[in-house]
Design a protein around this ligand. Sequence first.
Ligand code: DC
Length: 228
Amino acid sequence: MSMTDKISIAIDGPSAAGKSTIARRIAQKYHYIYIDTGAMYRCVAYYMLAHQIDLQDEKAVSAKLDQLDIRLTNDGKVFLNGEEVTSVIREDAISLAASTVSAYPEVRAFLVEMQQSMSQGGGVVLDGRDIGTVVLPKAELKIYQIASPEARAMRRYQENMRRQLPADFQTILKEIEQRDYQDTHRATSPLRKAEDARVLDTSEMSIEEVVDRVSGWVDEILERGKHQ
Ligand code: DC
């Protein structure tokens, strides 16, 4: 790695662990590109629901993939076939539907290829479930970001309150546990820690503390690169 090289950063972990907040902050700090891979699975789910495709019908879902044109802008907007879907893909119904379609191998192959081509050349931060294990197995920095289900549910609850969205703590906790189960038990690329990933438990950490910890790792790797 030369001094001018930019590294690739993979952040994996369960839903609502704060991955996107950290990924976005680190990308801003280092002038890297942030790629929200969860948003891409959400786009697939949104498209299928909007076109009345039965989500349980894996063949029907896979056959529609070539109809999707997904674009992520660097300021965090998501476009699907030219329509801005940034907020609508965050709805609860889409979260669960995204978890369903993300179990299909053809959906994964389609999006993984797109993610890999977007990451060429480095200088990227990707967050998801399979970044360190499948999408970027050679990423210079891999992080497995976790937090207890209760801490994650509490953050989501507070966020919903702030955004005046439905907020019942027990319901949110149950949904988080259901998605954890689906994401870790699917046959294709289940959520798991890459062997060389650094575990970051953010249950008791503030956002600033997490950003500082991750920045320390990035700086250490960049510094090491200078002396090689
Ligand atoms: O991170 P998120 O909640 O926006 O992700 C939505 C769904 O997509 C989630 O259930 C897991 C799935 N996903 C995945 O399987 N692989 C990824 N790289 C990113 C998300």
